[in-house]
Design a protein around this ligand. Structure first.
Ligand code: AHG
Ligand code: MN
Ligand code: MN
Length: 281
């Protein structure tokens, strides 16, 4: 898996340059989820695909920005699903964005994820790497080296609530749960970019990030393979938990590579609370 991490570092350096000088305009295209693709999305996707194509260990890749699975090496071991630039629409208001990678064996399914990486393009460029045993934070320095900073672990109960999805479309049980959290003193943190929002929850030791199903999007908005599963793997490895509202998100059965799912990620106590509110509904 090392050559994959090295490739992600190289792509990160190239994507950072694209963000700094790139055109944040819209392309004429849409991706499989119907999102209008920004030129940044397409340029970042091209960087990652070209770098992954050089690796003998990769069998197939799936990108948020491409409709179909791409075959790389038939003898490759790893399958990688990635979101080249999550929250890309936030670049033109200078908020943090990120890249997300899920590394799978055998098939693109939550139960077969064996590694996850995300990169935060914020005031600093940071990379988090998870191999199922630990969650490690690296920071890019002025020489483009990625230096290990710390292992990340989560408290049993946290202090942050990061509530996504369109509030006017929330189901009653969800609205009651979120309101109760704020009445109990949880701190609100939501930028609209899941990578910095989840990085915040993870680095502050815990809480709850939620992007639920709602009347406008009953299956949520976040894509299973390259948004939900990588973060579920990271949060569960760090001692937190994930859910689709009733079970670990990693137990979800994927039927299409762009499938979405309701998504809850956080400390174990907060995920237990989600199950209480969602079991009743
Ligand atoms: P992407 O930019 O890759 O399409 O993903 C954006 C996602 C995610 O970053 C965030 O949690 C969510 O969109 C926010 O959605 P809303 O704007 O509907 O809150
Ligand atoms: Mn995304
Ligand atoms: Mn994206």
């Amino acid at each position: 898996m090392n050559e994959i991490i090295e490739s992600i570092k190289q792509s990160t350096i190239e994507i950072k340059n694209i963000i700094v000088k790139g055109d944040t305009g819209k392309s004429e295209q849409q991706n499989s989820t119907g999102d209008t693709q920004l030129k940044l999305d397409i340029a970042s996707d091209r960087v990652i695909e070209n770098n992954f194509k050089k690796l003998a260990s990769i069998k197939q890749i799936v990108s948020e920005e491409q409709d179909y699975i791409i075959d790389i090496n038939e003898n490759g071991k790893y399958l990688i699903a990635y979101d080249p630039l999550d929250g890309s629409s936030l670049v033109d208001v200078n908020l943090s964005v990120g890249s997300i990678y899920g590394i799978y064996e055998k098939s693109f399914e939550g139960q077969n994820i064996i590694g996850a990486v995300y990169v935060v393009f914020g005031p600093r460029v940071e990379m988090v790497v998870c191999d199922g045993k630990s969650v490690k934070l690296y920071r890019m320095d002025e020489n483009k080296n990625f230096n290990f900073t710390q292992d990340l672990t989560m408290n049993k109960k946290g202090t942050i609530s990061s509530p996504g999805s369109t509030q006017q479309c929330w189901y009653d049980n969800h609205r009651t749960m979120i309101n109760t959290m704020f009445q109990e003193g949880y701190e609100l943190s939501y930028s609209g970019g899941m990578v910095p929002d989840l990085h915040h929850v993870l680095l502050r030791g815990g809480g709850l990030f939620s992007y639920p199903g709602a009347s406008d999007k009953p299956n949520g908005k976040l894509r299973q393979l390259f948004e939900v599963f990588p973060f579920a793997f990271i949060f569960e490895t760090a001692g937190g938990a994930s859910s689709d509202g009733s079970q670990s998100a990693l137990k979800i059965k994927t039927t299409h590579i762009h499938d979405t799912s309701p998504c809850f990620l956080g400390s174990s106590d907060e995920i237990d609370m989600v199950h209480q509110y969602y079991k009743q509904s």
